[in-house]
Design a protein around this ligand. Sequence first.
Ligand SMILES: NC(=O)c1ccc[n+]([C@@H]2O[C@H](COP(=O)([O-])OP(=O)(O)OC[C@H]3O[C@@H](n4cnc5c(N)ncnc54)[C@H](OP(=O)(O)O)[C@@H]3O)[C@@H](O)[C@H]2O)c1
Length: 253
Amino acid sequence: MKLSGNTILITGGASGIGLAFAEQFLKEGNEVIVVGRREEKLAEAKRKYPQLHTKVCDVSVEQDRIQLYEWVIKEFPQINVFVNNAGIQQRVNLLNAKNDWRFYQNELAINVEGPIHLSMLLLPHLTKQKEATIINITSGLAIQPGVWVPIYSATKAAMHSFTVTLRQQLENTSVEVVEVLPPAVNTDLGGVGLHTFGAPLNDFIAGIFDGLRNQKSEIGYGGTEKRLTATKEEIEQGMKNAWQNFLKNNPDF
Ligand SMILES: NC(=O)c1ccc[n+]([C@@H]2O[C@H](COP(=O)([O-])OP(=O)(O)OC[C@H]3O[C@@H](n4cnc5c(N)ncnc54)[C@H](OP(=O)(O)O)[C@@H]3O)[C@@H](O)[C@H]2O)c1
């Protein structure tokens, strides 16, 4: 994709990876719109970057998605890049799953239903643009599941699969489809303090923008770059090692 002169919508763009994408896209010379559920987080992002456009939207709610789509194509008819970034991550012990179904369903709705529906809403508009891009932020856990986050891993595997089929269906259109597979990155994902061991956000974003600049369609960073070409055996072993490590550090899971 070209890195400047775009109009870009980023879900979950008021914090973490989404905000880091927004910052870098602003620096490269793009119009950027970020959406999220928390108005105060959007206002905080806008105070830091007054040129940002913001909109409250809960991507797990069908009506919110339709309203966002109608608003964005009316206010920004030139929109040509859509970044599916909003996501949550929940640790779930399947042998001790005591929450109401709504709790588990929310992770499916935010991580899978939201991005698929929004992509489908925006596609007719994007295919009319001269150059357009859909960027799906999945995860290294799409390829090597994290056993402590079983539903999250399933949502990311689903989005990886959707991204592959979307890319094939759009092969002869003006819309390019890019998948970004982050490793652990130091954000508030899953709750404050749970990802402090992850890669620094700035280093991660610099690596991903190198990939975008080099026109890669699947972009990993560090461990997830290697995972893209790992064998089935390597993935199986990596999953088991990470699970043992998790249990050692979280004996009460
Ligand atoms: N950090 C990592 O280690 C890592 C690794 C692999 C993949 N990822 C993926 O990267 C993406 C961004 O995560 P992050 O690490 O930046 O986490 P984060 O710091 O928790 O940010 C997530 C963002 O998504 C927004 N969001 C959550 N639910 C939403 C909803 N229903 N509607 C609209 N916005 C919503 C949040 O804002 P509100 O709460 O205000 O809505 C927040 O701005 C996610 O898809 C995540 O799965 C992260």
